[in-house]
Design a binder for this molecule. Structure first.
Ligand SMILES: *Cc1c(COP(=O)(O)O)cnc(C)c1O
Length: 426
């Protein structure tokens, strides 16, 4: 099963079960609470929207509730996991997942908030350099963040925002079109801010190459990794990415609205002159409680922390990161590739008997564990029928069904069952 050669794959329940049995990571499915439909597990394909709940999450949160009851404010020091520097319990494990150094990684706030805070420091338009390059149809929150940053600096969106679109009749953005736009705007480009994985098509961008091209042009390069963290093998430090932010409730299974991540490259950490919005949690922790009026910035990405940590969200995040740490991204990505290839195979098999009405728009060579399908001639009703039949993909306007076979809890059998249901509906 190592090979993703379609010759070896079969669209049968027996094959799927055998594949599950042969993979030791299949055991992780048991560690999650899987929603039920008519008395059986749903086929959950929306781990890219809200990851499922690990069974251990409850006890991690329970611990903090108990310590709050027992100690009140003293829990900051006396809790089993003292709250004072609770975020530090997450740092190393998170850093490993995104390929960063611990000093470059912090869990804080929410994703869009982090994008803004980081742009305050890293989008510093001048008369000469003021443009931002992003992908067209980025996730709406990112578009609003970029537009409002531009307006905040008194600039016009139409002058300052460059959006790279797919070519006519195509779904995915050609990487060479990004390089061309960077080259064309190299004298005025201040920032490149792209989603590492496009939420709609599932296209993965070559972050290393974009970072290099951006730096060559003299621009800062940041990524939104909402769909990248916990999905792809990332190497933010080695790639030299300037900053990044991501949420933890998608592939990282930390619960709805849970705490987000932020990355600032080591090369910027000693530069305490960087403009920023400060709060007390970014102050040097050794002297924070002297309550002095002068802000003494930490020399790690923790400098961008403003507020004290949301302990319950972090407890949930911790439960999940402990599991990621146990498995490791290498093993996870390897399984992810096999699952995704099997899903692709199933869709292709179904196409053979259904007039090729299904079109996978996710690029084969540049993808994580998401496949976006356009079902030509079928609209949202097909999606609704899938839901009625215990399959939960998601629907993205105007015409895409997204399926994410998540390696920690989706099984080969899930993919077979999806195919069976889909076939019966076409
Ligand atoms: C999910 C997602 C968001 C959500 O932002 P929040 O601040 O967490 O609500 C933003 N950007 C992208 C690219 C996303 O995929």
């Amino acid at each position: 099963m190592r090979e993703t050669n379609n010759m070896n794959l079969q669209n049968t329940l027996e094959f799927a079960r055998q594949a599950d049995k042969a993979d030791k990571l299949s055991a992780y499915r048991q560690k999650f609470l899987i929603p039920q439909h008519n008395g059986r597990d749903v086929v959950y394909f929306t781990g890219n929207s809200l990851g499922l709940q690990p069974r251990t999450t409850q006890s991690y949160i329970q611990q903090e509730l108990e310590d709050w009851a027992k100690f009140g404010v003293e829990g900051h020091f006396l809790a089993k996991n003292p709250w004072m520097n609770y975020h530090e319990y997450l740092t190393e494990k998170m850093a490993k997942i995104v390929g960063a150094l611990p000093e470059e990684t912090v869990m804080m706030n929410q994703l869009t908030v982090n994008l803004h805070l980081l742009m305050v420091s890293f989008y510093r338009p001048t008369k000469q350099r003021y443009k931002i390059l992003c992908e067209a149809k980025a996730f709406p929150s990112d578009q609003y963040a970029l537009q409002s940053q531009i307006k905040f600096h008194g600039l016009k969106i139409e002058d300052a925002l460059i959006e790279i679109e797919p070519r006519n009749g195509e779904y995915v953005i050609r990487q060479e079109d990004i390089y061309e736009a960077i080259e064309k705007n190299k004298d005025s480009l201040a920032l490149i801010m792209i989603g590492g994985v496009n939420y709609f098509t599932g296209q993965v961008f070559d972050m290393k190459a974009i970072t290099e091209a951006g730096h060559k042009a003299g621009a800062i390069v940041g990524f939104d990794l909402a769909h990248g963290a916990g999905n792809l093998k990332l190497a933010l430090h080695d790639w030299g990415v300037d900053f990044a932010a991501w949420c933890s409730y998608k592939y990282l299974n930390s619960g709805p609205g849970s705490v987000a991540g932020a990355f600032v490259h080591q090369k910027h950490l000693k530069n305490t002159e960087l403009p920023m919005f400060a709060g007390w949690w970014g102050h040097d922790k050794k002297t924070r409680f002297l309550m002095d009026k002068t802000f003494v910035p930490m020399q790690t990405v923790e400098r961008w922390q403003m507020s004290n940590a949301p302990i319950f969200a972090m407890a949930a995040c911790r439960a999940s990161l402990d599991m990621f740490d146990e498995v490791g991204m290498d093993a996870l990505v390897e399984r992810s590739k096999r699952l995704t290839a099997y899903l692709e195979f199933i869709v292709e098999e179904i196409n053979k008997t259904n007039n090729s009405c299904l079109q996978i728009i996710t690029p084969k060579e540049n993808r994580g564990c998401q496949i976006s399908i356009v079902a030509n001639g079928y609209g949202k009703p097909l999606y609704n029928k899938l839901i009625e039949n215990g399959v939960i993909p998601d629907w993205r306007e105007p015409n895409v069904i997204r399926c994410a076979p998540v390696p920690l809890y989706n099984s080969f059998e899930d993919l077979y069952r999806f195919g069976e249901v889909l076939n019966s509906l076409l």
